[in-house]
Design a protein around this ligand. Structure first.
Ligand code: AMP
Ligand code: MG
Length: 424
């Protein structure tokens, strides 16, 4: 039985919904969300980017046989001289995929190509550039080490051992590795279904003309993009007016059809009150003011309808705030729901080219441009950092992550950045 949000929150130290540090909010979210069930079998290429549902256990050794890592001569190390050259007789050739089937006796050697199975009784490969050849007579200089230039059976992957662990998102190297085991199909987790919609009376869909006070609904595009890049199956529920009945209908539809629902707008102080009342009917939802910038208000919880439930992420409406809160709260939660075991992204420490304003007591995600300058990577901010200025996200290639306790940054100080490639 999973814990209720209330229980999880009661175990959270210093819980203040009106000034919640980013790390606390993430702790609560991560302990509340659980992986969605459901597995499907896919061909290896179709599994690219999907999450492995079961360990892939190697049915063979890779490589399957001891083989040569170089073009050269396979020799018996015991035949070689310690201090002087030794001349051996070449008795045949081993090719990659075409074995030398004879036995190699004392004083004999075999010409080998890269990837060829080691001929019987040989244990050392001498590269062709190192030897002197006169007809069938091959002179080997001293100083060859036993086992050199040989690849051992199972040195890449061992039979019976897990080659890849469940919970891993399959990357190009992984699908190649699976193919190297001769496996053509893998079990992956089913795609997560995520519904999303925008709220606001001022929103207009693209293709229509704007009247005074109206704005185009851009959040449904950024959200669609972020969810799609994350590998979710998306359900676009459109724009929903600030009307409790319409909102309730949209949330019910989402809960009945999706694993999670992500909305933008309607959680700021003025608007939260009526959303709060409506949410209380649908499930367990908390409203937070997070100690961060941008992106202070946020709703989180689980809603139910027709016997089904979905996790809810109610993000703020400002276009930058919606992206920042998505990347720093929703992304990790959705990956956990997808069964991913690796959800954290690395921070790099680079030099700040300019000063940055920052107050302790909140985490800031300023939008930065990471560039190679004067022999090192350094970061500068994109222009205006207002939470409505989407251009600051578009121009940026990283977030400058200024921690909760951190104060102002001087030019030349080192700061943490999170690179956006890999995030998306
Ligand atoms: P709210 O959180 O609903 O108070 O919205 C905060 C600000 O974000 C307002 O200026 C809204 O007009 C703007 N906004 C809300 N939703 C969207 C949207 N889907 N696309 C673009 N801007 C939006
Ligand atoms: Mg609004």
């Amino acid at each position: 039985m999973s814990s209720s949000l209330k229980q999880i929150i009661s175990c959270t130290s210093d819980y203040d919904p009106d000034a919640l540090p980013v790390a606390r909010a993430n702790e609560i979210i991560r302990s509340f969300v659980k992986p969605a069930s459901g597995v499907e079998k896919l061909s290896v290429r179709a599994a690219l980017g999907r999450v492995l549902a079961k360990d892939v256990v190697s049915p063979i050794n890779v490589p399957a046989h001891d083989n040569s890592a170089m073009d050269g001569y396979a020799v018996r190390n015991d035949d070689l001289g310690a201090g002087e050259p030794v001349t051996l007789t070449e008795i045949g050739t081993a090719y990659a995929g075409r074995e030398f089937t004879g036995e190699v006796g004392g004083g004999e050697c075999v010409r080998v190509m890269t990837g060829a199975v080691m001929p019987k009784n040989t244990d050392t490969i001498v590269i062709q550039e190192a030897v002197n050849v006169d007809g069938k007579h091959v002179t080997i200089p001293p100083g060859q080490e036993r086992g050199q230039n040989c690849r051992l059976a199972g040195e890449d992957l061992q039979k019976g051992k897990p080659a890849l662990r469940a919970g891993r998102m399959l990357r190009p190297a992984d699908i190649g590795l699976i193919a190297s085991l001769g496996i053509g199909e893998v079990s992956v987790r089913r795609k997560l279904r995520v519904a999303f919609f925008s709220t606001g009376d001022e929103l207009v869909s693209v293709g229509k003309n704007l009247k005074a006070g109206e704005v185009y609904d851009s959040n449904r595009y950024t959200l669609w993009g972020m969810l799609t890049r994350l590998g979710c199956e998306v359900i676009d529920l459109g724009v929903v007016r600030d009307d409790p009945e319409k909102l309730e209908a949209a949330f019910r539809k989402a809960a009945a059809s999706a694993d999670a629902v992500v909305t933008s707008g309607g959680v700021s102080v003025g608007e939260a009150d009526f959303t709060r009342q409506m949410m209380a009917k649908l499930g367990e939802v908390v409203f937070w003011k997070i100690a961060m910038r941008p992106g202070r208000p946020m709703a989180f919880g689980r809603i139910r309808s027709r016997g089904k439930s979905a996790y809810l992420f109610g993000l703020p409406g400002n276009p930058v705030a919606v992206m920042v809160t998505f990347y720093h709260f929703v992304r990790g939660a959705l990956l956990t729901m997808m069964g991913r075991s690796d959800t954290d992204l690395p921070l790099l420490c680079v030099k700040a080219e300019t000063a940055m304003r920052k107050k302790p007591g909140r985490t800031e995600y300023q939008r930065g441009i990471l560039e190679w300058k004067s022999g090192e990577w350094s970061v500068r901010l994109t222009g205006a950092q207002g939470s409505g200025i989407l251009r600051s996200m578009s121009e940026a290639n990283c977030f400058v992550v200024l921690g909760h306790e951190q104060g102002a940054v001087k030019a030349g100080d080192y700061v943490d950045v999170m690179v956006m490639d890999g995030l998306v």
